[in-house]
Design a protein around this ligand. Structure first.
Ligand code: MGP
Length: 241
């Protein structure tokens, strides 16, 4: 299995990461990188086949794939050090789209988790085709549940939020757009974004089930994006669970 590292070097890949296609660090912008490694991983079937022929090894068994109900996209942004003149959202980048458990772990095991990201980072996981912005038509009438936590707990809570979401553990999972973790100096925040913010039954069900999945006991609030747009930090929670 051949792996391109940068433009030329060839290294052996972690098999779990073999399907991942990496983006390179945007060194010019000076952003910290989400990626542990900045390699572009590529399957090279010809090399595999040649290797097997040369070594006389038995052909590899087909890998069983466990598909998800939805495809999901990771997005990354970092606001620190950026001029306030730059419109919000102009630097959000999609990183990778995955649709199976194997692809998810291949990416997850090769990226920095929230506790290792620099202050100002936002890391999103949204259903494919939905942008993590209030302006996205699917998000426009929605809102978000948010919990706060310490750096020491954020990786665990983020992973279990992802697993609950991509594993479709919510009765109203269709209403979920995605989740984001905000790495901030005050406290880390994790939010689940939903579509129909005015549907209280749906929203409170999602909020309650999220807390159960995480075994999180503090009260969490739901803010409509419309309220956040108009009132910014003064927006009040529409629901609490
Ligand atoms: P934030 O980063 O979600 O909140 O939004 P936080 O972490 O409390 O604030 P920070 O200053 O510590 O980063 C911060 C600000 O970004 C908001 O008040 C908006 O001005 C802008 N913003 C955030 N989001 C999610 C959006 C969005 O989806 N669309 C637009 N246009 N602006 C947004």
């Amino acid at each position: 299995m051949a792996v391109e590292n940068g433009d030329d070097a060839i290294v052996k890949a972690d098999p779990a990461a073999e399907e991942a296609k990496w983006v390179k660090k945007d060194a010019e912008e000076g952003e910290d990188s989400l990626l542990l490694t900045q390699r572009r991983v590529k399957k090279d079937d010809e090399d595999d086949a040649a290797g097997e022929r040369d070594s006389g090894e038995a052909p590899m068994k087909a890998v069983e794939i466990h598909p998800f109900e939805n495809a999901w996209t990771f997005w990354f942004d970092n606001h620190s050090g950026k001029s306030k003149q730059i419109p919000w959202g102009s630097s959000i980048r999609s990183i990778y789209t995955f649709s199976s458990a194997e692809e998810f772990w291949g990416v997850y095991n090769n990226i920095n988790h929230p506790s290792k990201l620099s202050i100002g980072s936002d890391f999103h996981c949204f259903k494919e085709g939905i942008e993590p912005k209030w302006e996205d038509p699917v998000c426009a009438n929605g809102g978000k549940w948010t919990l706060s936590c310490s750096r020491g707990k954020v990786d665990h809570l983020w992973l279990h939020t992802l697993l609950a979401m991509i594993g479709e553990q919510f009765d109203h999972g269709d209403d979920i757009c995605g989740a984001v973790v905000n790495v901030r100096a005050k406290a880390e925040k994790i939010s689940i974004w939903t579509k129909n913010g005015l549907n209280e039954v749906t929203q409170t069900s999602i909020g309650r089930q999220w807390k159960e999945q995480l075994d999180y006991n503090d009260t969490i609030g739901f803010i409509l994006h419309e309220d956040a747009k108009r009132q910014d930090r003064y927006a009040k929670s529409r629901y609490q669970v």
